[in-house]
Design a protein around this ligand. Sequence first.
Ligand code: C2E
Ligand code: MG
Ligand code: MG
Ligand code: MG
Length: 293
Amino acid sequence: EAKRSGGGRHMLFTPSIKDRATRRGALELELRQALDQRELFVVYQPIVDIADGRIAGFEALVRWQHPKRGVVSPVEFVEIAEECGLIGPLGEFVLESACWQLAAWKRRFGADAPKMVSVNLSRAQLQDTAIVRQVRRALNLSRLPARALQLEVTESMAAQGDDMRDRLLELKALGVTLALDDFGTGYSSLACLGQLPIDVVKIDRSFVADAESNLHKRVLIEATVRVARSLGMSTTAEGIETEGQAALLATLDCNKGQGYLWSRPLEAAAATQWLAVQLNRPALPDDGPIAAA
Ligand code: C2E
Ligand code: MG
Ligand code: MG
Ligand code: MG
């Protein structure tokens, strides 16, 4: 390709548009089979109460272990799934896996079990009325109370049009918790928060990353926490990697935290073992080894 177009040297290193289209086309075909062939699975990252470090719940994150390409990022394949009509079954798989897993932890750990699991929804999922049915079904199958399920949407999705708002209201009517993911990265502002039927604001990792050195970011976090609280919402900080960041976010009155400081996302068995250690419960033989995903 580089040769034919007589193109510059950079073409040897930067994937051409054609190469990217080819990868995309291949991934689309392969994604269709991946669900059946159990190449997709869900990993779990703990969310903790930032004041005392107690486990509040887990965020479910989908993974694709491709037989030849290795791990493909959800950032890449979720978008492909949306565009080729596969997000329905993919989303349902994540919802049902996550609810099933939390129900299993409840059986295993009883009153000490995490109280909720949080599942990301993509734009296409929120646009489709089927999502309400899917959520109800996942709750019924797992027999979880609706309050045990948190659904994450992004600012741009939530602020977009009446359809999306209506869908969010329908979901909220089921009793689930709604969280605004990646807050601070979109176009909406603190002023928009009051217009959304949201329970939790997740402060984006980009704010947390340099909150200690950047006064501007710190002030924005502080304002977000204050406005959220005055609207009856709680806050969760994403991407906390250091004790210093955790301490600062606690000082800023952020409610919950999530990040590598506590744990990377873990495969189900490893998350169960992580819980057993945290809760000081003896591990069972089938808990499996701890391995980062
Ligand atoms: P997100 O929902 O904002 O998820 C948080 C991302 O930050 C995850 O990346 C997680 O692994 C990463 N992360 C967590 N703690 C830290 C940290 O301390 N430092 C750093 N550097 N990163 C951290 P991941 O799993 O690659 O997911 C990327 C995005 O893909 C997610 O962002 C979400 O938007 C999307 N996604 C993942 N799973 C699903 C899913 O099941 N459905 C949908 N629709 N989207 C998903
Ligand atoms: Mg999320
Ligand atoms: Mg996020
Ligand atoms: Mg994100």
